[in-house]
Design a protein around this ligand. Sequence first.
Ligand code: PTJ
Length: 267
Amino acid sequence: MTIIKIPPEHPRAESLRIREKLVEHYHKGVVATAGLIAHGRGEAFDYMLGEKTTKPALNAIKAAAATLLTAEKPVISVNGNTAALVAEEIVRLANVAKAKIEVNLFYRSLERELKIKELLEKAGADEVLGVGEDASAKIPELQSERRRVDPRGILVADVVLVPLEDGDRTEALVRMGKKVIAIDLNPLSRTAQKATITIVDNVVRATPKLVETAEKLKQDLKKCHEILLNFDNKKNLAESITLIKERLSRLAEKGEYLTLEDEKHEL
Ligand code: PTJ
């Protein structure tokens, strides 16, 4: 396995570090081959968003934290990419929101499930659901391997956080009456469009912010209800799309490539 040393002064150092982390975990058998493709798609949208957590993303993060904190049985669904990139933050989020962690894979294999479980345990998780025979329940009408869920976890959850999800399962979970919180860089994806709350942001930035926000809100359930009363996912999602459109127009009008630093001065 070739590990590339990334010079810290490289203009795209952070992006390259994330990419290397995924490649490393691909070789370890945590990330699926298609996980690398999915990441490339995410990177393209992140580029258009300006590689930062936008205002609509922050609004969605607040609503997501409020939803997790006021849930009865929240579950965080973890796949290969999420485990590779933010295992520690997932464990911290589960602790603050009193949520269960469940491994749920599109490209399911016992080997990958065990590796992801081990990674989460190393990051501090006490319990990891959904591995092997534990995933003995099925989500109705779903054909992919993602239909297999843990009867103590996703099956009975009222709220499910799904970073990097596929559209079919999001729709199926919503049909089952669950609130689905998605983290997806593509605001046009079926998951983004169908979720109850959509955080259009990179999982690498959104997850720590979600932990931080939940820490702040956990003593104030009244504030959580207030946030949820004022949150409109369709409107918020439309703002993310508008933001990309306006940013691209600005860049096109200027007729030259703007670095993120230049852009900070422009705004
Ligand atoms: O580990 P597995 O077997 O469960 O497989 C996981 C993948 C991601 C391969 C599987 O769920 C898949 O094929 O997903 P999709 O349908 O390609 O969707 C992935 C979505 O995540 C796309 O809309 C991407 O834009 C988005 N995405 C990719 N990287 C990130 C991201 N969103 C947030 N943060 C990222 N870093």
